[in-house]
Design a protein around this ligand. Structure first.
Ligand code: FES
Ligand SMILES: [Fe+2]
Length: 445
């Protein structure tokens, strides 16, 4: 798609107005260009280290439209390949995950190792290949794979920038997740995968949308308060002890972190009711007061652009997604927790997770209802422009006093979680990715 067909859809006049044309959520040509320029041009979150912990573990998924396999060799190093046999293209690995020393293609039996090297071509001695045929030319096609703080990313663009540069200001906030235990994090058993009607960009918007919380999730907060009152009246125990970041109107805000990454935060009054908050004093001892406050007493939702959010608020969740069309998105959610946390904290974390984040929790269906209604509304194209002007006059260049305690790698700050300035960064980045020149995707012959 030509850049001039894309640029007009973002109206960006700093200090005056910021609008986005709703065709970016419905236009099939925009969607195709997003697959090529963003999902096949960028780093994409794939998996967590704890999902392939052993030598010869592998994991299959898609990056944009392309099937890939990520493997760990016997020295612990990660490798990534297009999951297509170099003979005639059959998928080599057909399970979601597994462990094997050799991958044998089920079609004609060519064999590869977890480093992607070809080990055997069936009946090579009677093959009558031309002189130009070299077995070593048929290793699996490599993709980029790298990890930071236990989070594994892949890119099918071999010219993509280094992962640490791509993650930019998000790294310090990823550390705040990973360092919650000296042994890092683990994905807890029980993955939920669901598909919803709605463009993928709504996932990245909604995850840092502080403006919708008290309307869309009003019923959740009412139920949690009622449960609490009833338990107090009946002398019973409220086992969930829901996190309530809204009643006392604590300090909150947002940050933009470079390359589309964004964070929204709220101080949590009853943070000692959280899994990590239950061990707050020991945490202060281990990581110091500033980090402990950021980890346990401050709700944080971090979008790592374009396809994952790390939630650390009402409980802890990793949510990543894959666009299926301009109108449909597949979402994968997991509860994530510090390795080795005390049983009582783990139980509290799980009860709070089920209550709010789980696929049948009180938050997810409410958000999905809005995604569905928005996607329908976007086809009312006579009403064409999204308004992202809230908080325009309060945007701060660089870090504010709160975040300056832990990092200066912040592009913009905003003093209210309901402000919409962080979407300016989101859509400037989108426009940059959508209109840049990409390396040719033909692949070497
Ligand atoms: S397609 Fe794999 S061996 Fe032929
Ligand atoms: Fe929500």
């Amino acid at each position: 798609m030509k850049p001039e067909n894309i640029k007009w859809r973002v109206v960006d006049k700093p200090g005056e107005t910021f609008k986005v044309h709703r065709s970016i959520y419905t236009d099939p040509d925009i969607y195709q260009t997003e697959l090529e320029q963003i999902f096949e041009g960028n780093w994409i979150y794939i998996a967590h280290d704890s999902q392939l912990p052993n030598a010869n573990d592998y994991f299959t998924t898609l990056v944009g439209r392309q099937p890939v396999v990520i493997s760990r060799d016997d020295e612990g190093k990660l490798h990534g390949f297009i999951n297509a046999c170099t003979h005639r293209g059959a998928k080599i690995c057909r399970k979601k995950k597994g462990n094997t020393k050799n991958w044998s293609c089920p079609y004609h039996g060519w064999v590869f190792n977890p480093q992607g090297e070809i080990l055997d071509i069936k009946s090579l001695d009677t093959a009558n290949y031309p002189d130009s045929f070299q077995k070593s030319d048929y290793d699996l096609t490599r993709i980029k794979v790298d990890s930071y703080a236990g989070f594994i990313f892949a890119s099918v663009n071999t010219e993509v920038q280094e992962l640490k540069d791509h993650l930019a200001g998000a790294k310090v906030f990823m550390d705040l997740f990973n360092e919650q235990s000296a042994e890092g994090l683990e994905i807890l058993p029980g993955t939920s995968v669901y598909t919803h009607h709605g463009n993928w960009k709504m996932q990245a918007e909604n995850g840092v949308d502080g403006y919708h919380v008290d309307t869309v999730h009003a019923s959740y907060f009412r139920i949690a308060a009622n449960r609490n009152e009833r338990a107090a009246k009946e002398g019973a125990e409220d086992k969930v002890k829901a996190i309530d970041p809204l009643t006392e109107q604590p300090r909150n805000g947002t940050y933009t972190l470079g390359n589309g990454h964004q964070l929204f935060w709220i101080d949590v009054p009853n943070f000692r009711d959280r899994g990590l908050g239950m061990e707050y004093d020991a945490l202060v001892e281990r990581v110091g007061e500033v980090k402990a406050k950021w980890m346990a007493a401050r709700l944080r939702q971090l979008v790592i652009y374009p396809n994952v959010i790390l939630f650390d608020g009402i409980s802890t969740q990793m949510r990543h997604w894959r666009p299926l069309s301009q109108d449909e998105t597949e979402v994968t959610v997991n509860c994530i927790a510090p390795v080795g946390e005390p049983a009582e904290s783990r139980t509290r974390r799980l009860r709070q997770y089920e209550d709010f984040y789980g696929a049948s929790g009180l938050a997810t269906p409410d958000d999905l209802t809005e995604f569905d209604a928005c996607q329908d509304g976007y086809y009312g194209i006579k009403s064409a422009w999204h308004d992202f002007n809230r908080g325009m006059t309060q945007i701060i260049d660089g870090p504010d006093d709160v975040v300056a305690e832990i990092t200066t790698e912040v592009l913009n700050s905003a003093p209210h979680m309901a402000d919409e300035g962080l979407y300016h960064h989101n859509y400037r980045n989108w426009l940059k990715l959508m209109t840049r020149k990409m390396p040719t995707q033909q692949g070497a012959v």
